[in-house]
Design a protein around this ligand. Structure first.
Ligand SMILES: [Zn+2]
Length: 158
């Protein structure tokens, strides 16, 4: 049986995704207490049972100068805007929106960009806005799948 890695985000949340049916659930636990521990999980929707190991989110961030787009739904309709990605990690990224868009904490966006790796890998992901400063917006990947984790993990190897 394979053990699935689950990344703890922030101090107390870990997102577990069932590899069989895609059902996800967020559990709350003290990061320091569960780091490195394994747990047996049984998916409530398909009954799949699997083992997970909790890991702290990789701290490694890579400075980037990638260009991409974000999509968001607003009361006024869908919005598509260009963005410049300043840094990227397994857990999320920071970007500078080009233009005057006002984001809100907790808002969910879709971001899309190509890495500058050999394959020009496409990353398209749902993200949650976690920080907003004058210059840039910090977002966290909402539910990175195994493929994206692999691609990013490879890209981010120091
Ligand atoms: Zn399942």
């Amino acid at each position: 049986m394979t053990t699935q890695k689950v990344f703890i985000s922030g101090k107390s949340e870990a997102l577990i995704v069932c590899q069989k049916c895609g059902q996800s659930k967020t559990i709350e636990a003290d990061a320091a207490a569960i780091r490195g521990k394994t747990a047996q999980i049984r998916c409530k929707s398909c009954g799949n049972s699997f083992q997970v190991v909790f890991e702290a989110r990789a701290k490694y961030r890579k400075d980037t100068a990638l260009q991409g787009h974000f999509f968001r739904k607003t009361a006024l309709g869908d919005e598509l805007g260009p963005m410049a990605i300043c840094d990227l990690s397994l857990g999320g990224l920071r970007f500078e929106p080009t233009g005057k868009t006002m984001f809100e904490l907790g808002e969910v966006l879709t971001v899309e960009f190509h890495l500058d790796d050999a394959k020009k890998s496409l990353i398209r992901a749902s993200v949650v806005v976690r920080s907003i400063s004058e210059r840039d917006v910090g977002v966290e990947f909402a539910a990175p799948d195994e493929h994206m984790r692999k691609v990013l993990g490879f890209y981010l190897m120091p």
